[in-house]
Design a protein around this ligand. Structure first.
Ligand SMILES: Cc1cc2nc3c(=O)[nH]c(=O)nc-3n(C[C@H](O)[C@H](O)[C@H](O)COP(=O)(O)OP(=O)(O)OC[C@H]3O[C@@H](n4cnc5c(N)ncnc54)[C@H](O)[C@@H]3O)c2cc1C
Length: 457
């Protein structure tokens, strides 16, 4: 393979810079010299929108944040497991990665504590239970995979684009992963992408594994829940500038003059620029005048989002004993982890996490059905646990009204082709969000892309 050290991150940073150059060439200088008077509408109060608004506010711009839901945070969604319970669970993003420098920096700035949230995995595979340390991949595959991770850093751009045209499952098979190794990798890796790895670009997967922290960015959680960061952002932006229950329905952008944004509640806002941080499903529901270019619409139509179901279950004791307990299974409740690590209490929450088709099945059933599946699966390790269940929540991102998924999933041939199209601005609208980021699928990515677009404006 030819050597070229352009990483996934560098590629995206470079393409973002190119987008920025295009934007600057299409905008009059006068609009930049009166920054104080410029008003920017930010569509969406997830981490991309809030981080963009925070940066703009710091620079002295007028900011109007329009959010469809009745809460801030978007796909970061911390909530008590039951009304008045001190135990907080995450229905959206869970882990802050050790390599995620910007979110760690912001937590420092805002005085938020990051707690260790690393786990060591047990496994249930083919009706056998293995505690952590008692299962592993074959030595042969370990050697091969470590070499693959190392070689990735020598890949040329051409190598990477070739890799992108293959799915991750096929890549593993072609590189000698088979039998038990393949089945376990498929179980584990598909939890990262939220759909079977047969749908994931081999480039997106390998770049993630080769460039991530040893625990694959499953390192920390913000004390009190990840939504604490959304609240800190909102205080810095000024709550009066954030309008909840304001779903944008129409964006009118004349070639000259102000943009007008209409909301479903009849309110209308005017501004000079827009930063749109909506997931692509929500972008497609907005009426754009003039309309989005056909290539942009085709890119939206191509991109899928992962179906993840989160089912946190409250138990009256922490029978799993280890605070850092998690477990991968080949059963219907695919993956369990201790969701109340670092929260002192006699009760505790195990979160049952499912992806893809399994997630859709689990989401469609009753609490009773889910409890039975969980009981039958955990019995293998702990004996019957059904009587210990005190309650549960369930959130299926596959039917979330605005995203219809947890995060974007770049499939075969999409990373280098689809993402650059989705990053293109539309008249005075700049697009941001997790799906357009270098750290795609992470809070870090959402923040990076929000701040990057705030710089461009
Ligand atoms: C189940 C799950 C697990 C995850 N796990 C992790 C993890 O462990 N670690 C990690 O770093 N990341 C994780 N993520 C990803 C992370 O949550 C996202 O990358 C990030 O929060 C996305 O932020 P965003 O601002 O791009 O989008 P969003 O948070 O979706 O923000 C967009 C906002 O726009 C609003 N909106 C939509 N339509 C309109 C409209 N018409 N008008 C106005 N507002 C509108 C939405 O309501 C939303 O609030 C996970 C996500 C999910 C769902």
């Amino acid at each position: 393979m030819a050597t070229n050290h352009l990483s996934r991150r560098e590629f995206l940073r470079n393409s973002a810079l190119a987008t920025g150059a295009l934007l600057l060439s299409g905008t009059t200088l006068s609009s930049f010299s009166v920054s104080k008077k410029i008003t920017v509408i930010v569509m969406g109060a997830g981490f991309a929108g809030l981080s963009a608004a925070n940066q703009l506010k710091k620079k002295g711009y007028n900011v109007i944040v329009l959010e469809a839901k009745g809460r801030i945070g978007g796909r970061v969604f911390s909530t008590p497991i039951q009304d008045n319970s001190p135990l907080i669970v995450e229905l959206g993003a869970e882990w802050v990665g050790d390599s995620h420098t910007r979110i760690k920096e912001l937590c420092g700035e805002f005085g938020l504590k990051l707690n260790n949230n690393q786990f060591d995995s047990d496994l249930i595979y083919r009706d056998e239970y293995f505690t952590t340390g008692r299962w592993k991949y074959s030595d042969e595959w370990e050697v091969k995979f470590n070499k693959i991770l190392k070689d990735f850093h020598q890949f040329s751009q051409d190598d990477k684009e070739k890799l992108d045209r293959m799915d991750w499952w096929r890549f593993l098979v072609n590189n000698g992963c088979e039998g038990r190794d393949l089945e376990i990798r498929e179980l584990l890796d598909s939890t990262d992408f939220g759909e079977t790895i047969r749908h994931v670009s081999a480039f997106a997967a390998l770049a993630e594994y080769a460039e991530s922290s040893p625990k694959n960015e499953m390192d920390f959680k913000i004390e009190g829940g990840n939504s604490q960061l959304a609240h800190k952002f909102a205080d810095a932006i000024g709550r009066e500038n954030i309008h909840l229950k304001h779903a944008v329905t129409k964006v009118i952008q004349p070639r000259k003059g102000k943009v007008t944004v209409e909301c479903s509640n009849g309110k209308t806002f005017q501004a000079d620029k827009i930063i749109c941080t909506l997931p692509t499903f929500a972008v497609s529901k907005v009426i754009w005048e003039p309309g989005l270019e056909s290539k942009y619409i085709a890119a939206i139509n191509e991109l899928q989002y992962a179906r993840i179901n989160k089912n946190p279950v409250l138990f009256n004791d922490r029978f799993w004993k280890r605070e850092d307990f998690d477990m991968v299974t080949d059963r219907v409740p695919h993956y369990f982890y201790h969701a109340t690590k670092n929260q002192q209490h006699e009760k505790g929450v195990l979160l049952s996490y499912t992806i893809g088709d399994k997630a859709a099945v689990v989401a469609a059933q009753t609490d009773e059905w889910r409890a039975k599946q969980i009981d039958e699966t955990l019995a293998k390790a702990f004996g019957p646990v059904k009587d210990k269940i005190e309650g549960q929540l369930n959130y299926f991102w596959g039917s979330d009204e605005y995203s219809r998924g947890a995060y974007a999933i770049y499939g075969k041939g999409q990373w280098f082709r689809v993402m650059p199209i989705l990053k293109r601005p539309h008249v005075n609208t700049f697009f941001a969000g997790e799906h357009l980021a270098d750290w795609q699928g992470f809070m870090e990515g959402a923040i990076n892309s929000g701040e990057e677009m705030a710089e461009k404006v």
